[in-house]
Ligand binder design. Structure first.
Ligand code: S3P
Length: 435
């Protein structure tokens, strides 16, 4: 564990670019590996989570190489993956694990999934339950977690499945299984979640039938499906831009442009909530690249006020609550969040991790079953202190690093290693943007 003390710093000025979107990067590698032929990916996130997906796809026969800044994937096609020779170690990455379980569920191969202490605590029954209905079999550790052995079923059986939790990972796992399943598989989403899988599958030439029915989204895919290779430009990750948007909002004198940020409406909830709190965020040069909306964000320091956050916005900012809690801790008045029980099963229990961490540095926080209530400083710096426990969770680490920027004595973290899972150059970029 490498501790780090984040000292007060700022203002944030100039122009920065955050790394590629993590969700889109995983999918680009997986779909590229399932296409027959060569796909080229620009802007892939080279974080540990995405590299774990690349490693697993290589083990199953895809050729994945780097050419300059681009990544080249020579795919093997749907239905012809190889049996991995050893356990698939997916480190800290829930997305790699759940998406790949879906993919393997409809291939006649066996695999074992392992991960770090954080991933080994996370629930897998949300994917093993629907994938078992399709014919795959699973032997998890007691409690339904990793390490987990699975055997896929070829041919698998198509299902119609209504998501009991709002989860793009579960939706995507089932759609990945559907690619090699004869017949029509339908996923019903009562609450919309990030739709990169649907957008990108269409980009790879797969036909999807998507319709609204009684306020729910029905997504149907008829397999077996073929994917055609393509070139992909990965937009900047809004979940990474979030830390800089909050930093520039709370540090006086800041005026920062974050270029090329993905603003897919299933992902941009944090920016909308910050708008409502009084932040100054301009969306400049809005455009579409590879079927995803993007823009440059100009973020200027502005006094924030506490609000009651509508729980309906949660799926579109599910990974951004730790950053929002930091903004709330410096806002004027009270911020109330609710409907966030999913945060308890992320890389850490993010409600408890953030309540503990913010209290250590002097914020006033109450934890409820499904949210946090935070009384802000009204723009004054937090006291600071630490070390705070990052609990193998990159987003806790980066959020508390941001809290340290506008504090009296800085914020010490017990470990900065987790940051490498999604944002390897975070520390460097933070220094660049404040000097
Ligand atoms: C992701 C979906 C979300 C998100 C995760 C990435 C994805 O998880 O929290 O970081 O790429 O599909 P859930 O599907 O559990 O909501």
């Amino acid at each position: 564990m490498t501790p780090h003390h984040f000292l007060p710093a700022g203002p944030f000025t100039g122009r920065i670019r955050v790394p590629g979107d993590k969700s889109i990067s995983h999918r680009a590698l997986i779909f590229g590996a399932l296409a027959v032929g060569r796909s080229r990916i620009a802007g892939l996130l080279e974080g540990e989570d995405v590299l774990a997906t690349a490693g697993a796809m290589r083990r199953m026969g895809a050729q994945i190489t780097c050419e300059g800044e681009d990544w080249i994937v020579d795919g093997v096609g749907v239905g012809t993956l190889l049996q991995p020779g050893q356990a698939l170690d997916l480190g800290n990455s829930g997305t790699s694990t759940r998406l790949l379980m879906g993919l393997l569920a409809s291939h006649g191969i066996a695999a074992t999934f392992v991960g770090d202490a954080s991933l080994s605590r996370r629930p897998m029954d949300r994917v093993t339950e629907p994938l078992s209905r399709m014919g795959a079999s699973f032997t998890p550790a007691p409690g339904g977690t990793l390490p987990l052995a699975m055997e896929g079923m070829q041919p698998a059986v198509p299902i119609t499945y209504r998501l009991p939790v709002a989860s793009a990972q579960v939706k995507s796992a089932i759609l990945l299984a559907a690619l090699n399943t004869p017949g029509t598989t339908t996923v019903i989403e009562p609450v919309p979640t990030r739709d990169h899988t649907e957008r990108m599958l269409r980009g790879f030439g797969v036909e999807l039938d998507i319709r609204e029915q009684d306020g729910e989204r029905h997504i149907s895919l008829t397999g077996p499906a073929d994917l055609s290779p393509r070139d992909i430009a990965v937009p900047g990750d809004p979940s990474s831009a979030a830390f800089f948007a909050v930093a520039a909002s709370i540090v006086p004198g800041s005026d920062l442009i974050i270029e090329n940020v993905g603003l897919n409406p299933t992902r941009d909830g944090l920016f909308r909530v910050l708008d409502e709190m009084g932040a100054s965020i301009e969306r400049l040069n809005p455009r579409e690249v590879g079927g995803e909306e993007i823009a440059d964000l100009r973020v200027r320091h502005a006094p924030l006020r506490g609000i009651e956050v509508d729980p309906a916005v949660a799926p579109s900012m599910i990974d951004e609550f730790p950053a929002l809690f930091v903004a709330a801790a410096m806002a004027e008045g009270r911020t109330v969040t609710s409907g966030l029980e999913e945060l308890r099963v992320k890389e850490s229990d993010r409600l408890s991790a953030m309540a503990d961490a913010l209290r250590v540095v002097g914020a006033r926080v109450e934890q409820t079953e499904d949210g946090l209530t935070i009384d802000g400083t009204g723009g004054a710096p937090l006291a600071g202190g630490g070390p705070v426990a990052t609990r193998l969770d990159h987003r806790i680490a980066m959020s508390m690093a941001v809290a340290g920027l506008h504090s009296e004595s800085g914020v010490a973290l017990d470990s900065v290693e987790p940051i490498a899972t999604s944002f390897p150059d975070f520390l460097e970029l933070m220094t660049d943007a404040t000097t």
